[in-house]
Design a protein around this ligand. Structure first.
Ligand code: SF4
Length: 451
């Protein structure tokens, strides 16, 4: 919340009735400021105070939702300028541009690549999310047919690209339920384009003439019309100026609380480059600093995959390790004779170990112990992967109800816990020290037989 506890306190009833669970209104205000309480807990806040608090507590950069269903894309909603301060919330959406004058083979190729480019890494699905459909016909019926055709091929979130309000309205008449981004309202077409976006209740992008003053004029006009979901294109197509604007917009929204700039941005990397390599580097620049959506002219895997990884790294919380849920994971249809392996819940470890077991084609039960996201060695050193703890979890998780043997394989890096674990489980159990490296698991599982 942007307000201090004292500022919030001034808006509260100051009766200290305690119904909110806090002993005084001041204590409640402090909790609200720290994000530890909800305003709704106080039944006596005036409507006016609610309005002020709601406005003040809104994120400095609006979260804009584009698309529906499986391809609902959220952009913006960022609360910090630097990733190490907290975390970035909504990953930059990656879009592919398709023009209405492209031939069928080109369109089919782009749609196929769009669908095929889906990778899972550490439990996160990485894929492009959006298609920017650019009109080249200036003919409402032709563009409408083009948009309908693409909609029949994919559920992707859409950006409708045309400066012509009539063309846009024709497309929106068929695409409105997909909640596409209307690109774009300009100073020239605003009086006609904005009411159309309003009529179809879709998020809207503004395209400026290259200056932030015009961006603010455009967004202020839309805000007066009660538009909330706005995306900014500064209109700049040279990398240096576009980058400077991107940083200035983020700073102005977060530090100066400049509401007219408190919206996510869209970057047409395809219009700033002369090759896919260049586009990729430009896209990477704006994934790092602070693009809401980047548009590419094509989705070649060898260019897009590095962008996915970069995005994954930037949009994860640096203060919270990624974790897998603790539990018992069956791999390759295990039965009562299959080995039991135990590991930590650091996501990278889990996905490497489960991947190796899977590719060994040997059935196994993989027990994931909660180590608060620490790797095996770190967890062991921190006392979170002790023999006592692992033994207690093995008993509790029920894995030995699934097998008729009494063997458990522990990671080689945790060999030191084997004695303590045997003690915890009982002498009838057989603790086996597995390989140190997951890459050795296939070889190990080929010869290992649980007893
Ligand atoms: Fe104050 Fe409202 Fe809490 Fe009562 S319920 S103590 S009025 S904040």
């Amino acid at each position: 919340m942007g307000m201090t506890g004292i500022e919030i306190f001034k808006l509260l009833p100051k009766t200290n009735c305690g119904e909110c669970g806090a002993p005084t209104c001041l204590a409640f205000a402090m909790n609200l400021a720290a994000g530890k309480a909800e305003l709704s807990a106080c039944p006596y806040v005036s409507e006016e105070a609610k309005k002020i608090l709601a406005e003040q507590s809104a994120p400095p950069i609006r979260t804009v939702v584009i698309g529906t269903g499986n391809y609902t894309v959220k952009v913006g909603g960022e609360l910090v300028q630097f990733r190490h301060e907290k975390t970035f919330n909504n990953p930059t959406a990656i879009a592919c541009l398709i023009s209405s004058d492209e031939d069928n083979a080109s369109i089919q190729g782009k749609i196929e690549r769009f669908k095929a480019l889906q990778f899972e890494r550490v439990g996160v699905l990485m894929r492009p999310e959006m298609l920017a459909l650019q009109d080249k016909s200036n003919d409402p019926n032709a563009y409408k047919a083009f948009v309908e055709k693409i909609m029949g091929l994919t559920d992707a979130a859409l950006i409708l690209v045309s400066p012509n309000p009539e063309v846009m309205e024709a497309a929106l008449s068929v695409a409105k339920d997909r909640k596409p981004l209307v690109y774009a309202v300009t100073m020239k077409n605003g009086p006609k384009m904005a009411p159309i976006a309003k009529k179809y209740d879709c998020p809207v992008a503004v395209r400026s003439d290259g200056t932030l003053d015009t961006v603010m004029k455009l967004t202020q006009n839309l805000m007066k019309m009660e538009f909330k979901d706005i995306v900014i294109d500064t209109g700049v197509r040279d990398l240096k100026t576009a980058f400077v604007h991107s940083v200035q917009i983020r700073r102005a929204a977060l530090v100066d609380r400049a509401r007219p700039l408190g919206f996510p941005t869209i970057v047409f990397a395809n219009e700033m480059a002369s090759s896919l390599e260049e586009e990729t580097m430009i896209a990477a620049t704006f994934i790092a600093k602070y693009g809401g959506i980047v548009v590419l002219s094509d989705l070649q895997p060898h260019y897009v995959y590095p962008l996915f990884l970069q995005r994954l790294n930037i949009f994860t919380d640096p203060q919270r390790p990624m974790t897998a849920a603790p539990g018992v994971y069956p791999i390759n249809n295990p039965d009562e004779n299959s080995p039991v392996l135990v590991t930590c819940n650091f996501s990278l470890t889990y996905f490497i170990v489960s991947g190796e077991v899977e590719s060994s084609r040997k059935p196994a039960w993989l027990v994931v112990k909660d180590t608060e996201g620490l790797s095996v060695m770190t967890a062991w050193a921190a006392g979170k992967f002790s023999g006592e703890d692992v033994g207690a979890w093995l008993k509790k998780c029920g894995v030995f109800d699934k097998v008729k043997h009494k063997s458990v394989v522990i990671p080689g890096y945790a060999a030191a816990i084997s004695g303590e674990l045997e003690e915890e489980l009982g002498s009838e159990y057989n603790v086996v020290v597995g390989p140190r490296e997951a890459s050795q698991l296939t070889k190990f599982l080929k010869i290992f037989t649980p007893k």
